[in-house]
Ligand binder design. Sequence first.
Ligand code: C2E
Ligand code: MG
Ligand code: MG
Length: 740
Amino acid sequence: MGGTAFRTGKPSLSNDVVNDPRAQPWLPLVKKAGLSACAVFPLFVDCKPVAVMYFFFGGADRLDDEMIILMGRIVENVSFGLDVLKHDAERTAAEMHKERFARQLAALGATNEAITRATTREELFRRVCEAAVLGGNFASTIIALARSDSELLEVVAVAGPGRDSILDIRLSTHAHLPEGQGITGIAMRTRQPCISNDYLADFANNSLFHKRATARAIMSGAALPLMHGGEAFGALLFLSRERNTFTLELTQLLQRLADNVAFALENFDRADAKMLADQRIEYLASHDSLTDLPNRESFNQLLHFAIESARRQERKLAVLFIDLDRFKIINDSLGHDAGDRLLTEIGGRLRRSVRACDVVARLGGDEFVIILEDVAGREDVEGVARGLLRCLSEPIQLNGHECHVTASIGVAIYPLDGADIQSLTGNADTAMYLVKGDCKDGFRFFSRDARIQPIERLTMETNLRHAVERNELLLHYQPKVNLITSEVTGVEALLRWRHPDGTMVSPGDFIPLAEETGLIVPIGRWVLVEACLQNMAWQHEGARPVSMAVNLSPRQFVDERLFQDIDEALAVSGMSPSLLQLEVTESMVMQNVARAVRVLDAIENRGIHIAIDDFGTGYSSMSLMKQFPIDTIKIDRSFVRDLAHDLEDQAIAQAIISMGKALGMTVVAEGVETVEQQAFLRGHACDEMQGYLFSKPVPPGGITELLLPPCAVSPPLQPQAYGAHSPSGGRPEASAATGR
Ligand code: C2E
Ligand code: MG
Ligand code: MG
């Protein structure tokens, strides 16, 4: 009977229980209790039967209509009681849940800690795990912010309430997406929270929206605008499968959360900007801004790491010290912009000539350095060095000039030549200097003998100072001859240093040092006086007057006392200014054209001649030379050397000759050593030549006989005549440079 009542939801009644088939299973009990009638009523909660209630009658009692109605009332009351009890419990649970949810949101609203960011999916996963751990029993909900439609660029994970209460939290910045047309679009446009507690009804007119919401059983939703500077740049969307979820209080909490998300995103952007700025600063501090190569500081660091790793793996590494030859000339004559472009180009070439794992750095000026890790031996490095020289030798176009750059490379190998930064770089540097001293444009490995060099340099400087005091300097003279008449037209004074140990030091070895230390100014002053005196001495011996060429150094050229020195030399010697020729180089005049014009004009006004020395190496142009009062140009030896067979050199020499002559200048070829060179020059109407073919630079005595008229008897070359013309010679008026 109970089962029937429960199943049918209707009362089961019986006035003869003993004979009722529904009570047969319990007949012994019915008899024992003396029951006569029974009524079973279902109990309902939420309109569903949840239990049944039994009424039993004994003796003569029978069920009648009045009794049935009364029992029905009792059952209704019990059902109502059960219903109330159940709903009370449910309400309590719901309220507890809501309160917990509100607390969580309040916590989120009050702090940004829970908002974190990931830029890759892996990172996002890690972040969510971290958030879950940090948040304890909070479920993590992820907010993904896509900066473009297809890409997930930035992800915000919010440790927040679980999916049981809020189905989905999403962040949208797309007012144009289907979502954007709906709830988030409204929130962004109105800049106000948009709440829908009956989602399907509210968005029934948006078919796509409606379909999605139905598919996901979304009942309610809230979109909160993400604000920045009064504008909504996105919205935070909360979707729920429950109705009436979003109360005013909850909405306020969510808006606070949205504000925090907006703030966090802004902070992420700020952090990004700062990180970029920091990276830039770090980059600038460690890189050379011109070539973008690591600078000296980072080179030192990189070399330190390379040495450490070579030590651990018991491998070799090589440090290549690279210094451009003649960079100063290009820089001075073509200007600093061209110099910068050249350095950038060279940096790029070096970078491209080695493996990606090798370090190429610029130490400053025209000094570059390369670290080759894990080299097998010298042959390896030799190959690389040759490759570097080859790639550097490719011509570079600068301001319409084709420039040829060469470099000197010094190599030191770890652990052979040093086991620390200082000794490796120092030794590579030393080896590089040796290349410079040789002929440049080459490479050299460091050797123990090479190490003496820098010390020698210092000694040399001291010795050079003494050389001036001790009258160890002297002049040799090299004649210039007319290519047609073979007549000596003049001589060039070339400085020599007779070292106390007896060796003759060539100017190439000590003039750069004298220039660097400033010693060249007093030395040059002495040369001027000595050369003029010598020319007059030859005349006194009966020689015909010839032109005396004296080289001026860059330092002298800008020296304020230059004119005074020249005037004094002429006055002391009594030589005619017209016999003096001062040799300057292109780079000296190109450095400051306006100033050079002034200086050269002042020289010319004294009746002194001017020659441009080493012409063709300094990237100046003939048209520029026109501005200067130049009498003579001397074609550099490098163009003369291969003149017999090099077509390019022939063309250059020819061009210099014809342009020089067109400008009314005398053209002299330097370094003529062979008859073939001489023939070519003669054939192309070059005026004069100077070179070993006719005569090497010789002591003054060697010149005398060249200048005496044919009838005069040549005086024998006296050994002491050599010394007589040195600064230590007997003529008090030709006192040594420092003595003046
Ligand atoms: P420079 O003025 O161009 O002098 C010509 C150089 O070429 C000299 O070298 C000379 O010996 C060398 N030379 C001449 N003919 C030949 C030849 O046929 N073959 C070869 N291979 N070489 C030849 P030097 O005397 O060693 O002088 C080198 C440079 O030192 C000079 O080049 C000049 O720039 C500088 N110099 C020499 N004396 C002085 C001086 O008194 N003052 C200054 N400031 N510089 C000087
Ligand atoms: Mg010269
Ligand atoms: Mg020269």
